[in-house]
Design a protein around this ligand. Structure first.
Ligand code: ADP
Ligand code: MG
Length: 678
């Protein structure tokens, strides 16, 4: 057995793990010995400090040395057995439910001194410990620091400790994969040392052990990113020519000048597509920063080289909007088409055929474009909009589609902290659109108690009088699929009474054609108020909408609210966002809404959101299916992320022997995304 193969074995090879225990572990996603070993204790209980009885704290786990004074074993069934103990400062009772007298007499021998550690209760003026488990006449036998796993019903800490230690007893010696320089920065702690001490800390020094393991986890992720990037760049491609007059003609057509950030983005992309290395680039810019037109210009450049373009969006509506914009800007309708999961069979067949013979030059669609059935004759560019909706595996699949000649551009509006950026997009080059077009006015954001909805209605009336349009967003209630759009239906009925046929409603269960029709009417300004669940969240562009009202706004993440708010303020008019809430807001919710009110900076909002909610909840992160870290926390461990980033740069620069990292990658990442490093 390879020395890390033991670690990747199923936990059932451990002696103490039978079928039923194994299935309990598996329910907790602990499948291998490695999973088991990386299940970190949720807390450590320090039993090393002794206390006098008079100084005990009720509710805490504490350790005392006491004399066993008297047994009190009642003959009645439901009464517990008691043992009265004392030290020179007071008395303490040990209470036993369902325990035999013989057992009690054995662990607490009369007139002897015992050390006992347990949770302190208090009843009728006496300190108590109930069913004590840590008792010994030998002080040294009480384990000093005890790991508490808080794992799952059916697996007690004692059992868990036993199994962990069985696994640790057979631990193979792992060859060091870290460089001596890095190791020094991590207190020279080897992997073996780290896992052993993590579960059996001697002093309160578990932090340095866990840091070593966190570092390994981050480094493995960065290594994979680096490897994907390298693979991407290694294959030579045929450089595409750039048509530099394209930009001017587009500007004339759309009636505005591109911003300097947009121009810069176009230049960086042009450099990539005209080079002989494959492009793998992320275009990041806050909502409304104007990424679409940048990507369409790049697409047109590629098309003019007689290559094809696949443009993917997370929703049909968005795909369609991009498709329409392309047709409008380039006035060439025959070479463009739209393919979604709902495209009819006949039309679909026709599209597939035309893609295969290079008649269709650009295809817009949802992830339906990922399917293997879809073949391109000469795919030259893949564009993915709102990248966070696509997971890393989909991204990999996409990077494998097309040959070396297909460049890849992904776009994202999700502002994420730098540590997450390195993790999620470390395999790509990044272009940032920092400033939005200048014709924008800052969106005014208000918070409002839903009890004062009349004020909101009056506000809307004024907006409609000025020929403006309004979004009214209701949250999805995820717990129950059946009522997920109930709130939007109720609100729609209410608004319908006031505004008659000026109101439209879309939500998840509305027929696709009806939905398109309603959106069309909204675009044509026939409908003034559009009530919806969050389907309008990403990307769609309605320049005439100037007001967005978000109901139960505290149920949304801040970044999500910011994205929703970005649906308005896209034209030159003053726009506003009204965050409705029910009066019983928690302190935390109040704080979060306040951040949104005071800032329009997506990055700052994402950072604050992260601090208040923890990174697991960050918009898109969970939906994307991206594997989250087991140990590392992008906020708390920022220093380790930066250390790993520097180490990756060293590894990329020098001719380091990469094969020594293979065990690290095998252990820390799922096999399906690991490729052996060469
Ligand atoms: P996002 O980056 O969120 O995808 P979009 O590409 O949808 O943003 O652009 C948002 C809006 O800004 C659109 O209505 C678009 O026409 C407009 N826009 C894009 N670039 C400019 C510009 N340079 N000047 C003015 N408006 C622009
Ligand atoms: Mg967009």
């Amino acid at each position: 057995m390879n020395n890390y193969e033991y670690l990747l074995s199923d936990i059932s090879i451990l002696k103490g793990v039978g079928k039923s225990l194994a299935s309990k572990f598996k329910r907790k996603n602990i499948n291998t010995i490695f999973d088991l070993i990386l299940s970190t204790p949720s807390k450590y209980i320090d039993r090393s400090i002794e206390t006098k009885i008079k100084d005990l704290h009720i509710g805490k786990i504490q350790t005392v040395t006491i004399k066993v004074e008297k047994y009190n074993f009642p003959r009645m069934k439901n009464l517990p057995n008691k043992v009265i103990c004392s030290d020179d400062s007071g008395k303490l009772e040990c209470i036993f439910f369902n325990s035999y007298e013989g057992y009690i007499k054995k662990i607490l021998p009369l007139n002897n001194y015992v050390t006992i550690s347990g949770k302190i209760g208090f009843f009728r003026g006496r300190y108590q410990i109930t069913n004590p488990t840590h008792v010994s006449t030998d002080k040294n036998k009480i384990k000093k620091i005890h790991s508490n796993y808080n794992l799952t019903e059916g697996i007690s800490d004692n059992v868990f400790n036993k199994i962990i230690n069985e696994a640790l007893d057979n631990l193979p010696k792992i060859n060091e994969w870290l460089s001596p320089e890095i190791l020094k920065k991590l207190d020279n702690i080897s992997w073996n040392e780290a896992v052993i001490n993590l579960h059996n800390p001697k002093k309160n020094d578990e932090k340095k052990y866990i840091n070593r393991l966190i570092f390994d986890e981050i480094l493995s992720t960065f290594l994979i990113n680096s490897n994907i990037k390298k693979k991407f760049k290694r294959k030579k491609k045929f450089p595409k020519k750039i048509n530099s007059s394209l930009k001017d003609s587009v500007e004339r057509k759309i009636g505005f000048k591109l911003t300097s950030d947009q121009n810069n983005a176009i230049n960086e992309i042009n450099n990539d597509i005209s080079s002989n290395k494959r492009m793998f680039r992320l275009l990041q810019g806050d909502v409304g920063s104007g990424k679409t037109i940048v990507s369409l210009i790049s697409a047109q450049n590629v098309i003019l080289n007689n290559y094809q373009v696949a443009f993917m969006a997370p929703t049909e509506i968005l795909a369609k909007q991009h498709y329409n914009l392309f047709k409008k800007v380039f006035e060439n309708t025959s070479i463009a088409n739209l393919l979604t999961g709902k495209t009819e069979y006949k039309k679909r067949k026709d599209i597939l055929k035309k893609l295969e013979n290079n008649e269709i030059k650009i295809i817009f669609g949802t992830h339906a474009l990922f399917q293997n059935k879809i073949k391109f004759k000469k795919l030259g560019l893949i564009i993915v909009d709102e990248q966070h909706k696509f997971g890393v595996n989909q991204r990999k699949k996409l990077s494998e589609k097309g040959d070396a000649n297909s460049d890849v551009l992904v776009m994202s509006a999700t502002p994420i902290p730098r540590t997450m950026m390195m993790t999620l997009y470390g395999d790509m080059d990044v272009t940032l659109i920092k400033y939005k077009p200048k014709n924008r006015k800052e969106i005014h954001t208000y918070t409002k108690d839903v009890n004062k909805i009349d004020d909101v209605i009056n506000f809307i009336k004024k907006e409609i009088k000025n020929d403006n349009q309004i979004f009214w967003v209701c949250p999805l209630i995820e717990e129950s699929k059946k009522i997920d759009h109930q709130s939007s239906v109720v609100r729609y009925a209410y608004l319908k009474k006031l505004f008659k046929d000026k109101v439209g409603l879309i939500h998840g269960s509305i027929d696709k054609n009806d939905k398109e029709e309603i959106l069309k009417q909204f675009l044509q300004n026939k409908i003034k108020i559009l009530v919806s669940t969050t389907v309008i969240e990403v990307g769609i562009d309605f320049p005439n909408a100037t007001c967005i009202i978000i109901e139960d706004s505290n149920k949304f993440g801040l970044s999500q609210l910011h994205q929703l708010r970005g649906r308005v303020g896209r034209g030159a008019k003053q726009s506003s966002c009204i965050l409705l809430f029910k009066s019983s807001l928690s302190e935390n919710a109040r704080k979060r809404l306040k951040i949104l009110k005071s800032s329009n900076d997506g990055f700052l909002i994402a950072d604050e959101d992260l601090k208040l909610r923890g990174y697991g909840d960050l918009l898109g992160f969970q939906q994307s299916g991206q594997k989250t870290f087991r140990l590392a926390d992008p906020i708390l461990n920022e220093d380790l992320f930066i250390l790993a980033e520097n180490e990756i740069k060293n590894i990329e620069k020098e001719s380091v022997n990469l094969s020594k990292y293979n065990p690290l990658l095998k252990l820390y990442d799922r096999a399906d995304i690991v490729n052996e490093l060469i």
